[in-house]
Design a protein around this ligand. Sequence first.
Ligand code: NAG
Length: 257
Amino acid sequence: MSRRAVNPGRRASDGGLPTVASLLHHKSRSPSVLTMALLALGVIILIVYFNSGSGVTVTSREAVSRAEGSCTSEVIEALPYLKKAYGSAMQKVLHVGPDSCTVVSNLLKEGKEAWGVEPYDLDDADSSCKSLVRKGFVRLSDIKFSLPYRPDSFNLVVVSDALDYLTPRYLNKTLPDLARVSTDGLVIFTGNPGQQKAKVSELPKFGRPAKLRSNSWWTRYFIQTGLTENEGPLKKFEQAASKGNYEPDCQIFHLSS
Ligand SMILES: *[C@@H]1O[C@H](CO)[C@@H](O)[C@H](O)[C@H]1NC(C)=O
């Protein structure tokens, strides 16, 4: 599955069709000719609306489905368990990765303080994302360079779909920098080897293909870099995840910062 739809047509069908299907399901309980006619008209309007391309409002739920198959959508699924694992240390969170707007708006809705760094581009940002950017919650920033935040600005830094695209040379600079801006920990979501990542057509954006490294590669790398496992939260996270029958598709690392 692709990380994120590049063409608006695909995005429209991702977001549009389930809505129509659920509408049909809901309405079918009281069928009448008028209802069916109105429904058909509604479907036509929806199709025209989504195919017109411009002015499409993507809600955060649609944005999630757009990101499905990525580790950023995994972050959203993992949020309840991260909250259990980190408790009050979830108060000030920085998310680093594509579709950061989605993660940030989810956290803000839950009363957390959240900021986001979008490492690639914000060209296809929807209106709610643009508003987050305007208000300064989400910013575009190349993670190959030092993050534009003071040391210890956040409790927790959560990274997804970002480190897979860095070579060890850049990882050596970026990882310590992520640790620099966080006080209570670093949560890293990376792809599993064998997992399908960005399509070839998306490569120019990321600069290079995702390097899906194994668990042992990362573990070795973290030790080499002097980062240690955040044992307490890791245990709590695993307990909560197994209780909730949550089996992540991505690798999730909990590091002390
Ligand atoms: C990254 O840092 C580690 C440990 O400091 C070092 O052993 C390794 O050679 C560095 N890698 C690169 C590509 O600079």
